[in-house]
Design a protein around this ligand. Sequence first.
Ligand code: SDX
Length: 429
Amino acid sequence: MSNQTLTITDNRTGKTYSVGIENGAIKATDLRQIKLAEADDPGLCTYDPGFMNTASCKSRITYIDGDKGVLEYRGYPIAQLAESCTFLEVAYLLYHGELPNEKQLTDWVNQITTHTILHENVKQFMTGFRYDAHPMGIFVSTVAALSTFYPEAKKINDKSVRMKQFYRLLAKVPTIAAFAYRHNIGMPYAYPDNDLSYTGNFLNMMFKKTETKYKPNKVMERALDILFILHADHEQNCSTNTMRSIGSAHTDPYSALAGAASALYGPLHGGANEAVLRMLREIGSVSKIPEFINRCKAGEVRLMGFGHRVYKNYDPRARIIKQTADEVFEVTGRNPLIDIAVELERIALNDDYFIKRKLYPNVDFYSGIIYEAMGLPSEMFTVMFAIPRTAGWLTHWEEMLDDEDQKIARPKQIYLGQGTRDLAPAARK
Ligand code: SDX
């Protein structure tokens, strides 16, 4: 008998079963053979709310070792990519599996640059929102609306059609984000400037005023590249799982990505960066940190930007973001909230409540402080997460569609509700 098997004894019947082990996992469907005598027994299944210990797919995109604080895109350590690449180079790596050569990168950037403009009707659609509409609500709705402008995107089995939607979405999400911001502040939309880099153009659309040509600050342009690289993908997180689940129904990528962005909007996920700034403001000063920590430990509040389902060590992205903050502050001036954040981290990392639960700063703990220093309102922080994660969501969507193991997502349940019963005659009135 191969040693790559699990022998299970069902103590209810005394029967034993052999289940294969592959890639450190057993197939949940192999448990169906474990039944009681009854003919209508469907056999055993697994129960795993929140997928604490369940693999939904095989993937070759991103690898995380939560205990060691390791994050690699297609095998490359995140620190090396953040140090040496641009975001569009990393988006190419995620999608194609290898870094681009010079010609491939030029073609890639040109393809994306030519799609930065939004249809004028999309712009009009966006003006329908209230001035104070949350930019994530505008982002999610506008991405979904794009599905009505590109009906060809429904041809999800056509690889060239999928590739074109990838270019369109990665090119347009910065434009949608910037237009949402300009709508919020009542400024006219600044159109894309295709002479600029991906992040330089985003700064242009966000902050251009009356100058004829916006000149992005090189330090901010580079800091955004690093932040976008760090947020580009993170294996099977909640929003990526949502992208895969909606995509498994063969929905078009715009509608699927709107769903993924909706998941990211949640405060336990990508909405945490906005919640961190609210938390730091609520704490208000270093002297108030102990009181806040006690409220955390009493279960009254969560230390937003701390903790992670996978990382039980320092999130490598948080470390890089913290380093990037100093470069940005050189240009923008120091954001005083960083002092509260650094002291909050120091105290938490030395407190048994957080140590015992292996709670460390995650990607959201410091990112908002940088975005605020760059002049972004906290409502825009999750949108800043959604822009680069578009590359990750679409790469996983592509991998899911090419995976022969995959089929429409439809989990089982454990039914504990009412047994069959008849409607009493009175109830029919
Ligand atoms: C992202 O999955 C990804 O990869 C996500 C992400 C990505 O790139 O896609 O990395 C981005 O979403 C980062 C996470 C941002 N969210 C936050 O910062 C919100 C605060 N963090 C938590 O809510 C929490 O840590 C989660 C949601 C991130 C993880 O939740 P889990 O794994 O389900 O853990 P849990 O809620 O079961 O907590 C385990 C224990 C509990 O205590 P006990 O019940 O055992 O006593 O740890 C405690 C929790 O109360 N805990 C916290 C805490 N996080 C967990 N206590 C205080 N503050 C926190 N932040």
